[in-house]
Design a protein around this ligand. Structure first.
Ligand code: GLU
Length: 441
């Protein structure tokens, strides 16, 4: 059975980059009728915050990415300790005592000599007595996993065939000196015990994957299928990492981006399939194929979300936006007509308020000097209230006959006088709304 997981560390709000990971894992699970786990990677007690756990859940719920169950790494520490013991017994785990400064120095020396900065395994040569002495002097060491120096290979669903020389990678630290278990081993234990079959994550994890494959094998687990998606860049190809803070899902929500717009974009961006606005999750699931994604960095432009949001809103019946329409101040009896007019003219639901204010209060008229007389004549010809869908046609016909104006010279000054704008809604739909409101007082 297909099982995937989204495994954020609750150390901040999730952003578009995380969303890509979450969505791909979600879609793979749903497409296969499998299980989607939300795994909270909270082994770091200092940086993990409960408020971020809540925020992550809210963000996923907003998007409709529902999980089947939640797992928390902080509740599974005994499982990781057991795995660590197993690796120790197998002779694949060793304690090392170098300080960060010493490691840094070693790396610099290696680089100077044109060698890759890989940990030199000096700790493997320490005698028990030397270790005792170091422990007494520096406290407990870190625990490193001893990689087998061979090529590590897998077929990545996005990157294709990968082959990494284990000798070019440092033996990963799995447990810190203070006893804190690190993600690299925790993730492997979880993936194995939870039967995770497919892991999609960012290509910044490729080296992790190589080491994790060896850890999984050492522990007797079965390797999941891996896919590493490319990292997002800004529209110009610039690194997005510094700006991701402003691309948090909650910021996009604040700006009025609609979930379907965001999901539709992220389910296709960077793939060979075109970005298409989808109307619901079922369509997204149906149209998703992880193997269509490419290895090249993916350009993301937050501005692309707004036309998609507008298009999505246009497709919605009043029932789906009734709350927002009512919140904008529109009385229930006008909601249907108001939405029919407004939905063609908004980018986000945040624009509803402005349109309602225009209907309710009218606009500051925009009248050119040469049109003053014309507007006065036209106003005198306004039919009796109540107005309806025919009113605009009847009225402009009468104005045309009386003034001799036609086309743009007829319609534009009227539009500008009534709305204060050169462009906007169909006047036939807007006029009854303006009038109804005025007639109400
Ligand atoms: N907590 C890890 C991260 O957010 C999870 C990576 C993974 O999917 O294995 O980078």
């Amino acid at each position: 059975m297909t099982t995937t997981r989204f495994a954020p560390s609750p150390t901040g709000f999730i952003h578009v980059g995380n969303l890509r990971t979450a969505l791909m894992n979600y879609l793979i699970a749903r497409k296969a009728g499998g299980t989607f786990i939300l795994r909270i990677d909270d082994t770091d007690p200092e940086r993990s915050k409960e408020e971020y756990v809540d925020a992550i859940k809210q963000d996923l719920e907003w998007l409709g990415l529902h999980w089947d169950r939640v797992e928390r790494q902080s509740e599974r520490l005994d499982r990781y300790a057991e795995a660590a013991d197993k690796l120790r017994e197998m002779g694949r785990f060793y304690e090392a005592f170098e300080t960060p400064t010493e490691l840094d120095l070693k790396r610099k020396k290696q680089l100077n000599m044109g060698k890759p900065p890989v940990y030199d395994r000096a700790a493997l040569n320490l005698s028990e007595t030397e270790k005792e002495a170091l422990r007494a002097e520096r406290g407990n060491g870190v625990w490193r996993f001893k990689l087998d120096h061979e090529r590590i290979e897998w077929t990545d669903s996005i990157l294709g065939d990968i082959s990494i020389d284990a000798a070019s990678v440092s033996d990963p630290v799995l447990i810190r000196g203070d006893g804190q278990v690190l993600y690299t081993i925790a993730s492997v234990v979880d993936d194995t015990e939870m039967g995770v079959t497919d892991v999609v994550r960012g290509s910044d994890h490729v080296t992790n994957t190589a080491t994790q494959i060896q850890i999984i094998e050492a522990l007797g687990g079965k390797c999941p299928r891996f896919a590493h998606h490319s990292l997002l860049t800004g529209p110009q190809g610039e690194a997005l990492s510094k700006r991701l803070g402003t691309l948090a899902l909650r910021d996009l929500r604040e700006q009025g981006v609609q979930p379907m717009a965001l999901l539709s974009l992220m389910a296709r961006l960077g793939s060979s399939d075109p970005v298409e606005l989808r109307s619901d999750m079922a369509e997204l699931i149906d149209g998703f194929d992880v193997s269509r994604f490419g290895a090249a960095p993916t350009k993301f432009d937050v501005q692309d979300l707004f036309p998609l949001t507008a298009k999505h809103l246009q497709s919605l019946p009043l029932a789906d936006v009734a709350d927002a329409v009512s919140k904008a101040g529109v009385p229930d009896e006008l909601a249907e007509d108001f939405w029919a007019m407004a939905r063609e003219n908004i980018t986000t639901l945040g624009d509803l308020k402005g349109w309602w204010e225009l209907c309710r209060d009218g606009a500051e008229p925009l009248i050119a000097d040469e049109d003053r007389e014309f507007i006065a004549e036209a106003v005198a010809l306004l039919p009796e209230v109540p107005f309806d869908a025919e009113t605009w046609g009847t009225w402009t016909k009468a104005v045309k006959e009386a003034t001799g104006r036609k086309g743009k010279a007829l319609f534009m000054p009227l539009r500008k006088a009534l709305t204060g704008m050169e462009r906007g809604p169909e006047m036939a739909t807007l006029l009854p709304l303006l009038q109804v409101i005025r007639a109400r007082g």
